[in-house]
Design a protein around this ligand. Structure first.
Ligand SMILES: [Zn+2]
Ligand SMILES: [Zn+2]
Ligand SMILES: [Zn+2]
Ligand SMILES: [Zn+2]
Ligand SMILES: [Zn+2]
Length: 276
């Protein structure tokens, strides 16, 4: 795009209120546009007088019918992006090591935070002392490469998992996080093993108890299935046994009594009255 066309386009995309490229533009009934925030400001400050278009001075009533202009919004955003990219490219980076600082830089070292020309970068490329120094295309503003979380650190590595550039501190943090998660996974595994052993023992106990219960049930069923006459025989047997015991005691009592009587008769002879 030629310079003239570019400035014309920028003029068309400039808000008449803030003189900046449109941000979320709104179109007035007269066809002119302005940023939404600028329109809000105007409406707030023109509560007594009716709103006027800053471009054509057209006057509107209390209720202004504004419309969102999507195409203008997109064009403005794209233009802003292109402009900032162009400005970055246009910035010339010079070698920090050349005394006159007029030689264009070839690389910037993120570790030394120094931009170097082709001659001065050879040390970085050849000497073992500089291995691990990240060299990138010349950066005019090294602040752009500073970590947003750790202000003094330069973004040195690309993190695949978070898909962003990270600094030394970020790298250390993520390493500790990884170690932490590894430790917790080991603990989790140990806990799972222990719990599964406990569960196994518990299941064995339950199985044993169930076996014992079913054996008891079987015995009970077996007893119930036995013919009733057998049970009667059993009862009869017990009764007979008891009867024999009673008989035995009765017999021994009788024998003892007999012996005692005989002994008494021997010791005390019969009185005369008794002979009568
Ligand atoms: Zn504006
Ligand atoms: Zn207007
Ligand atoms: Zn140089
Ligand atoms: Zn370096
Ligand atoms: Zn960081």
């Amino acid at each position: 795009m030629e310079e003239h066309d570019q400035s014309r386009l920028e003029e068309l995309l400039t808000c008449p209120v803030c003189q900046d490229i449109f941000r979320d533009p709104r179109q007035l009934p007269c066809g002119h546009s302005m940023c939404q925030s600028c329109l809000n400001n105007l409406l707030e400050h023109s509560s007594n007088s009716p709103l006027r278009c800053p471009d054509c001075r057209a006057q509107f009533g209390e209720v202004v019918d504004v419309q969102r202009s999507y195409a203008l919004a997109h064009i403005s955003e794209d233009y802003k992006l292109c402009k900032s990219r162009r400005e970055k490219l246009a910035k010339k980076v010079y070698c920090d090591c050349c005394p006159e600082s007029k030689t264009l830089a070839f690389k910037t070292c993120l570790k030394c935070e120094v931009s170097m020309c082709k001659d001065h970068v050879t040390n970085h490329l050849e000497l073992p002392a500089f291995t691990g120094h990240p060299l990138v295309d010349p950066l005019s503003d090294i602040v752009e490469r500073k970590c947003p979380q750790h202000k003094d650190e330069v973004l040195r590595y690309y993190c695949n998992s978070s898909r962003r550039y990270i600094c030394n501190v970020c790298a250390l943090d993520s390493k500790q996080l990884r170690i932490g998660s590894e430790i917790s996974s080991v603990l989790q595994r140990q806990l799972t093993d222990h719990l599964s052993q406990e569960f196994k023992a518990l299941f064995d106990h339950v199985a044993e108890s169930t076996g014992a219960i079913s054996r008891l049930q079987e015995d009970f069923q077996h007893y119930r299935r036995r013919p009733p006459d057998l049970r009667v025989n059993g009862v009869t047997f017990i009764l007979l046994f008891l009867w024999f015991i009673v008989l035995y005691y009765a017999y021994s009592y009788f024998v003892e009594n007999q012996m005692l009587t005989e002994t008494l008769e021997k010791q005390c002879p019969k009185t005369p009255s008794e002979t009568l």
